[in-house]
Design a protein. Sequence first.
Length: 549
Amino acid sequence: MPFACIHIPHFILQAALRAEPELCAQPAGILDGNPPLLTIVAVNEKAARLGLRLEMTKLQAEQIPGLQIRRRSAAQETAAHAALVDLALAFSPRIEDTAADTIALDLAGLAALFGSLENLAHRMAARAAEFGFSANVGVASNPEAAQLAARGFSGVTLLAPEEEAQRLGGLPVSALHLSAEMRETLDRWGVRTCAALAALPVAQLSERLGQEGVRMQELARGANVRALIPAQGATQFEEALELDTPVSELEPLAFLLGRLLDQLCARLSARALATNEIRLKMKLEPGEEEIFPVADESVLQRNSARKKSGRKNSAAAQTAPSIYESTLRLPLPMRDSKVLLRLWRLHLEADPPVSPIVKIEMTAEPARTRFAQSGLFQPLSPDPEKLEITMARARHLVGEANIGAPEPVNTHRPLAFAMKRFDPAAAADDFAGQPAAQAALAPVIALRAFRPALPARVEVRADVPVRVLFNGVCGEVIAASGPWRNSGDWWTEDPWNQDEWDLEIEFPLARAKESKLFAVSKESAASRGVYRVIYERAADRWSIGGVYD
């Protein structure tokens, strides 16, 4: 049974290069530790040629001209390791999370999909490059041999079962990750390679180094056989970026967000997933001055209110860095990084942060990808991604509360509604949940509401309307039903108190033909209709609220 291992050499450095790809072309080093004891823990080739060495102090490293120095980031390494797990899951569901820089895979049955083990190994290396890694891939008959090949040889290495011991024998014993005590003992014995360790007598080795020495000898021979410890991928996808220089403009911020979105979408694609919700969390420098351009006066007022509320906090809270959090919810799952970046740009233009940004964290909630099959004789529907961008642009122009889909609110106010986010999938689910018997009911009378209500003049006799004049036409009331007293929200600044009438009104035929609000019959000399008439008691005002169909 074949196994593979994906190993990321110099993982600390590659995690930083994945977050900042432009560092690949420059001499760079990674610092770790607590000030003032900061030392170099990782270097690239260009920096090594300039004289940068491991365990150099920060002061010594700063003497090298042109050197780029970055602090070690646990968040970037966590994201890089999660991306490595997603990379392995793109090829096999049976993986082992061996170490932060190493993942083992069970390749049973995959040759039928990829043609050969060699082709599969090269596909893994190429996919790792898409994730921003320079990876070593080893393939062998057991996980330990594959792991040793990936850590000991660069590039893609395939070990046939009959040549594993010979190929692995040329590796130094340091590839076995020995303890410091065992490494010192083998060095005193003159054992430098895996072949020399494999040639030692087992009994004498066990007497001096114990069972751990025997296990290391089996690893050196490629004879250690074990089962994989299965691992699962993350339930959510996170990427982080720590900035040495705060960002105070939208263009460079959009560039950084595009980088994070590319990484998230690559990971989602590897797992055959998409996302319908992305959360953005940014750590801001403490300050009161607003440096991002605002979109309109409403945004300026909102940010001003945010500042005023911040001044009410304690002095300790004022000195602490502020946090900007926002969520982008999508009506349909997608993983197009360019579309998502355009949506985030519009979102940040409408609601920008108030201080320079020093750290960015982005989290994507996974969702199943969207599948659509068009009919042969059906026209193509608009692309959901383009529709979402159009909605975001309109939302940016008219405001969040003025675009979307109407939704009834929990009130008795007539014709009251609120705008909610347009979500066709949720609406389809609500409609699908209705019983079939309810959908098969016969049509009932409906009120065609006028928005706004049409002003009218009403003649009243004995507290009952008898004549109505609106839209330039005067009609006689044939039948009246009402009034129905309707009031509410008296405790707010916008109460309502009105009487409602349902009136059957007859209008002269000649004048009714001039207006589209009246149904005219060819057989009659007049037009009739049933209207909803409203009397606002506080304002002493009459209006036509709608007509019944």
